[in-house]
Design a protein around this ligand. Structure first.
Ligand code: ADP
Ligand code: MG
Length: 233
């Protein structure tokens, strides 16, 4: 589903160049639930932004669902993003003047789905995340956990091939974080490919595979011992 080879990325900082990704190789198969774990500044978001076509690598290759992602125009990149990817962020990134239902329906709007169908599909995803009764509420009327559920429903609504989540529990208390990860596991159990970026080991342990990033290099890539992961919940 995702295949990257020898990926490098540097940022210009004044006259200097900061080498952030130093030759990343990894792949994700359809149906996997993978976490990329590393301390702050290790390059996790940089990598996720490249995978999400929000930024481009300096060198190396990236294939998403068999399509090479390279030198895309902003329009084509936006098109692929809508078609292939769903995003979940630490800060939810909901539109504050739109209610929960309209937030979830947004990816469908960009896919030119008609209003009636958009509403029906969005409602079904709100039901899925347990928020059917909150459809008409604005994000400001929701708790952090509820906001993240809306964001998850929105990520699912466009029926993406892959869901990319950057520190999705970073703004939530421990209990709510685990509830959100339970939902992520349930969605993965239904077949969705999900990539989670986190600096928290207990969150990473709730995925099936942990890719450890340190100073822009993958230092470890291992399957999670499911028995140990269960014990954390
Ligand atoms: P993480 O998500 O693991 O905390 P990031 O990928 O955000 O790490 O950042 C990796 C390094 O790159 C950090 O040192 C950060 O300061 C730097 N960095 C990130 N984005 C930029 C940018 N747009 N310009 C310059 N430096 C950046
Ligand atoms: Mg980050």
């Amino acid at each position: 589903m995702i295949e990257i080879k020898e990926l490098h990325k540097s940022y210009k900082v004044g006259k200097n160049s900061l080498h952030v990704l130093k030759g990343i190789n990894f792949s994700v198969k359809e149906g996997e639930l993978v976490s990329i774990m590393g301390s702050s500044g290790s390059g996790k978001s940089t990598l996720l932004n490249i995978l999400g076509m929000l930024d481009e690598a300096d060198s190396g290759s990236y294939h998403l669902d068999g399509v090479q992602i390279k030198n895309l125009s902003e329009k084509v990149a936006a098109n692929y993003r809508n078609k292939f990817l769903g995003f979940i962020f630490q800060s939810f990134n909901l539109i504050n003047y739109k209610n929960a239902l309209d937030n979830v329906a947004l990816p469908l709007y960009y896919q030119n789905v008609g209003r009636r169908e958009r509403t029906d599909i969005a409602m079904s995803y709100l039901e899925k995340v347990g928020l059917a009764d909150w459809a008409k509420h604005l994000p400001t009327e929701l708790s952090g956990g509820q906001k993240q559920r809306v964001a998850i429903a929105r990520a699912l609504a466009g029926q993406p091939k892959v869901i990319l989540a950057d520190e999705l529990t970073g703004a939530l208390d421990t209990r709510t974080s685990y509830e959100i990860m339970d939902l992520i596991q349930q969605i993965n159990d239904e077949g969705k490919t999900i990539l989670v970026v986190t600096h928290e080991e207990d969150i990473a342990e709730m995925t099936k595979r942990i890719v450890n990033l340190k100073d822009g290099i993958i230092i470890d890539d291992k399957k999670v011992n499911q028995v140990k992961a269960m014990a954390n919940v």
